[in-house]
Ligand binder design. Structure first.
Ligand SMILES: [Zn+2]
Ligand SMILES: [Zn+2]
Length: 381
């Protein structure tokens, strides 16, 4: 793989390379190794295999000052790419449909800059995170004792955002992205002959009540944005002779408040327990891919806005948080900081679509903003 990347660093070529060879969450070994190779070529000394394939570069001025952590993610998705360009995915059923290839290329541009222009004060930490899409990478990295030596007073990360003009900075203080969790409810009763359903215990009634309950669940919370999306339901097996004995209900629950999400989880658990007892069933509830809400720190957000203003980047402050979740929320519940978005273009295909491709021009736009932020934070004490 590295033979494709010989010579001077070209962030667009690097991004195309990652795009050609995407790897799913927790399997990003080769992606991590090309990132490490590139950092070594810059003369930097990456710490590797942090909480899985995580990578951290510590650039310490040796002088007192601020500590800034910049984060990018690098995992891909189980989606089959539909595109014509020459850097289409060579791994069938897997693609960079969320633009993490571009986020990583941007942070490597910053790494190259820092290798030539290190901070004059304080410390800059570059963090490359695996397994973002399944909400595990940040937790795994934070659990690694080697990450505990870092005490950043500001963490910054960006996500590209289709639907906004290219390079528009989209950011707000406070709640910026939602907390969410998948829920998989399994109900078990007893199958019976369809002519004698009274001999068995069908979960069908409980399923219909749970579906109705899920629909109304957001209304039970007053002071937060809440949303429940039913994603999958299965009762028994197709066959007219059998009354079902097993069912599954899957949904995604989200809110801009971690507390509201926890309340909905508790209420749902209690409702399922009641229905299970009422219908003579047994049940299990599995919570899958939980994400914390992302809260942006006011001072960090203001500093980002001032750097963007200095570069004359257009800025948009949304009135509501983004509905999606971002694993960076885990870092931001640990350290203060700001997640912001950069427009990928108004007509750009949406994230997680099979025709999505990160816009190359955004790599430099993002890198310049990060570098401006670092200049403002690490030139003076
Ligand atoms: Zn994604
Ligand atoms: Zn993403």
């Amino acid at each position: 793989m590295s033979s494709h990347l010989s010579g001077a660093f070209d962030p667009v070529r690097f991004r195309h390379h990652l795009h050609r060879y995407p790897e799913l969450s927790l399997q990003e070994q080769k992606t991590a190794s090309v990132i490490i190779d590139q950092l070594l070529k810059f003369g930097l000394s990456p710490h590797t295999n942090i909480g899985g394939y995580g990578i951290v570069v510590d650039i310490n001025s040796g002088n007192a000052g601020k500590e800034t952590l910049l984060r990018a993610d690098f995992d891909a998705l189980p989606i089959s790419e539909q595109a014509e360009h020459d850097h289409t995915s060579r791994h069938s059923g897997c693609m960079h449909a969320c633009g993490h290839d571009g986020h990583t290329a941007s942070l490597l541009s910053v790494a190259e800059h820092l290798s030539q222009h290190p901070p004059l004060t304080g410390r800059v930490v570059l963090l490359f995170q695996p397994a973002e899409e399944i909400g595990l990478g940040a937790k795994m990295m934070l659990a690694d004792p080697r990450l505990q030596q870092f005490k950043p007073d500001a963490v910054y990360a960006y996500h590209n955002l289709p639907g906004y003009p290219l390079g528009t900075v989209v950011v707000k203080e406070g709640a910026f992205a939602c907390a969410s969790t998948g829920v998989n409810i399994t109900l078990r009763g007893k199958t019976s002959h369809a002519a004698k359903p009274e001999n068995g215990r069908s979960p069908a009634t409980a399923v219909s009540r749970i579906m109705a309950y899920l629909e109304d669940l957001p209304d039970s919370i007053d002071d937060a944005f809440c949303l429940v999306t039913l994603v999958h339901v299965k009762i028994g097996n197709p066959g007219f002779g059998t009354s079902p004995g097993k069912a599954n209900v899957m949904a995604t629950i989200r809110s801009d408040s971690d507390h509201a999400l926890a309340c909905m989880q508790k209420q749902l658990q209690a409702f399922v327990d009641t229905q299970t007892a009422d219908q003579g069933l047994t049940s299990t509830i599995e919570w899958v891919e939980p994400f914390s809400a992302t809260h942006n720190h006011p001072a960090c957000t203001q500093q980002l806005i001032s750097a963007a203003t200095a570069l004359s980047y257009p800025i948009e402050v949304p009135t509501h948080p983004m509905r999606w979740s971002e694993d960076v929320g885990e870092f931001l519940s640990h350290w203060q900081g700001t997640l912001f978005c950069l427009g990928s273009g108004e007509g750009h295909p949406e994230l997680h679509n099979p025709d999505f491709d990160f816009p190359d021009d955004l790599i430099g736009i993002a890198a310049r903003l990060f570098i401006k932020l670092l200049e403002e934070r690490h030139t003076h004490l």
